[in-house]
Design a protein around this ligand. Structure first.
Ligand SMILES: Nc1ncnc2c1ncn2[C@@H]1O[C@H](COP(=O)(O)OP(=O)(O)OP(=O)(O)O)[C@@H](O)[C@H]1O
Ligand SMILES: [Mg+2]
Length: 346
């Protein structure tokens, strides 16, 4: 069954992103298709190295020099992979903005915080410097920066990691982007501030119809804050669908394993979680067929056939790329039972 969805704000189709290295290209994103509608929150999860950040950076047009791409990334109908530098620059801020995983390093060390927040507003929103400063103060207050007026004259090195991360979020929201990509946006923050910022993102999303891609290792956080979730493994999308459906009845064996390695609310806190044995394949030489097969208890010869890992359509847009999907009786975790962020911390 196909579900009719509004015209997507972001439409990524068969995207490949690779990085040339001395030992061959690293296939960081290897044939990913993903859509995000205006006002929709989509979670992007998967183990470290699965290609989440490279996918985000491709959408932003911020790849290293040695990177190459194929496929298409339509942002409001404009393909960012082929757009001129001028068009791309004009989109960064008002069309799409990103909170980077390494917030500390994304700030310019020699420019005062105030200017880093206001310069985009002046350029893209056509407002005066003083108006932009007032808006910057309001934004910093919203992201929980105390004494915001004084902070405007600080340099990044004068601030703690948590403060820098909040500043990055303020910068990303400054030009009122249509789409925000938040790559582990709250990892350096304590639980209260984390909740405050995620609430703010929710508010902006619903009041302004902003699309949100929330990248996180924290499945509990994604469960409570997104409409749909996409699971990546070794550069491939292995499962995607409504968040509740994916978490309540995962179809791909990798998603099942990922959920089993996440603590749930009703489990004793000290309980040892099931770890996923083995490691991601070498991204320069991924195995044929399903890339998870070498680590999967359910795998057989059929999983190694080229094309075994194409996404198959399921009900309500729940797609998976598993030859031997988890039986529907399911071993999933009700999305509501996943521990919130604070419970998953060690
Ligand atoms: N600059 C680079 N040069 C070479 N390889 C890179 C570079 N950046 C990322 N990679 C590789 O691309 C693949 C995807 O990396 P990416 O950073 O997108 O993973 P991720 O899912 O964001 O992981 P994490 O959860 O740790 O942030 C990995 O194999 C990684 O080693
Ligand atoms: Mg990353």
């Amino acid at each position: 069954m196909t579900v009719s969805r509004p015209q997507p704000l972001l439409s990524v189709a068969d995207l490949h992103t690779w990085i040339a290295t001395d030992s061959g290209p690293v296939r960081a994103v290897d044939g990913v298709t993903l859509e995000v509608a205006a006002g929709e929150a989509v979670g992007l999860v998967g183990e470290s190295g699965s290609g989440k950040s490279m996918l985000a950076k491709t959408v932003m047009g911020l790849l290293p020099d040695r990177a190459g791409t194929s496929g298409s990334v339509l942002l409001d109908g404009v393909d960012v992979l082929t757009a001129s530098e001028k068009v791309r620059q004009s989109m960064l801020g008002p069309k799409v903005a990103m909170v980077f995983q390494d917030a500390g390093r994304a700030l310019n060390p020699v420019v005062r915080i105030g200017r880093q927040i206001t310069e985009g507003m002046v350029r893209h929103l056509g407002i005066s410097g003083s108006e932009a400063r007032e808006r910057a103060v309001a934004l910093l207050t919203e992201v929980g920066v105390p004494d915001p007026r004084r902070r405007l004259s600080n340099y990044p090195f004068q601030l703690s990691g948590g403060m820098r991360q909040r500043i990055m979020i303020a910068i990303a929201l400054a030009c009122e982007p249509d789409l925000l990509i938040a790559d582990e946006p709250t990892t350096a923050l304590d639980v209260t501030v984390q909740r405050q910022i995620l609430d703010l993102l929710d508010r902006v999303r619903t009041t302004r119809g902003m699309g949100l891609v929330l990248i996180s290792h924290d499945l509990g956080l994604v469960a409570g804050r997104t409409d749909r979730v996409a699971v990546m493994y070794a550069g491939r999308m292995v499962e995607e669908g409504p968040t509740d459906a994916v978490f309540d009845s995962p179809q791909h064996r990798y998603t099942e394993a990922l959920l089993a390695s996440t603590p749930s609310l009703d489990a004793p806190r000290a309980r040892r979680m099931r770890v996923i044995e083995g490691a991601l394949p070498d991204p320069r030489r991924p195995p044929e067929g399903c890339r998870f097969a070498p680590r999967c208890g359910a795998a057989d010869a059929a999983c190694g056939v080229p094309g075994a890992d194409v996404l198959r359509d399921g009900v309500l847009g729940h797609r998976h790329a598993c030859v031997h999907p988890v039986p529907l009786s399911g071993v999933g975790v009700p999305a509501g039972a996943l521990a919130p962020a604070d419970e998953t911390r060690s």
